[in-house]
Ligand binder design. Structure first.
Ligand code: ATP
Length: 234
């Protein structure tokens, strides 16, 4: 199994953000994490990506605890990514490649892959701090694809993108899913319906449902009814 969340739990002070969350994702699957604001999706994704240590449970990537999994195996897009305002897109990608130990021809290939993944050619010379929100998102999407990892953990990857770029990224993710396991969070139910194979609905830090999209949708192919009931929203 490429991605495993095994009874993950995380508290911040008195607030339980994630409680006893377990799910898996295999190669060939795009799994949507759905749920209301504050339901725990980003916290779960940060633990899966190895950026936040769980209080209990374990995140595993390719069968290894994420703390010991190779950095090379995970591509992560944080929610609302910021930072590195003075680096150009190219310098940012070079920095990310070097942080992953890529040099020479491997680094050049990685940069080409990232520029293609984020459709970044026009912006390579522009500092991140001067990019619009959507372009900055694209630079960070490129960073997630840089090293061609088998696992992608993408927190609201299409939120800031224009309609054309949303379409392009969804097509890229469908193509990438042939050889990768991908977890995406989204508030766009139509995106989960058309892009994803499975949905995991979070409610108050717990998994309220984990099923195939075809099981969860209504006769019209819509997730809205199941989502509102399971996520506890209307
Ligand atoms: N660093 C933190 N310190 C304190 N509380 C936090 C921290 N990170 C998350 N939380 C809290 O944990 C809960 C879950 O937050 P999380 O960001 O995981 O939700 P989410 O489902 O991703 O929400 P959204 O859809 O709004 O992005 C929220 O109540 C949030 O306020």
């Amino acid at each position: 199994m490429l991605i495993e969340a095994d009874h993950l739990a995380k508290r911040f002070g008195d607030k339980t953000a994630v409680s006893d969350v377990s799910f898996m994702a295999a190669e060939g699957a795009i799994v949507a994490l759905l749920g209301a604001n504050g339901a725990g999706k980003s916290t779960a994704m940060r633990m899966l990506a190895g950026f936040l240590a769980p209080d209990a449970g374990e995140a595993r990537i390719l069968g290894r605890p994420v703390s010991r999994a190779a950095r090379a195996s995970i591509g992560y897009l944080p929610e609302s990514p910021t930072g590195f305002p003075d680096l150009t897109v190219r310098e940012f990608l070079v920095f990310a490649a070097e942080a992953r130990g890529l040099r020479g021809a491997a680094r050049r290939r990685a940069l080409e892959r990232a520029i293609e993944a984020g459709d970044l050619a026009e912006a390579v010379g522009q500092p991140l701090g001067t990019l619009s929100q959507g372009w900055r998102q694209r630079a960070w999407i490129g960073q997630a694809f840089l090293h061609d990892p088998p696992v992608l953990i993408l927190d609201e990857p299409t939120t800031a993108l224009d309609p054309g770029q949303k379409r392009r990224l969804r097509a890229r993710l469908r193509e990438a899913a042939k050889t990768k396991a991908i977890v995406v969070s989204t508030h766009i139910l139509e995106e989960a319906e058309t892009l994803c194979d499975r949905a995991i609905v979070f409610r108050d830090g717990r998994v309220a449902a984990d099923g195939s999209i075809s099981e969860l949708v209504d006769a019209g192919g819509r997730l809205t009814g199941a989502y509102e009931t399971l996520a506890g929203v209307s």
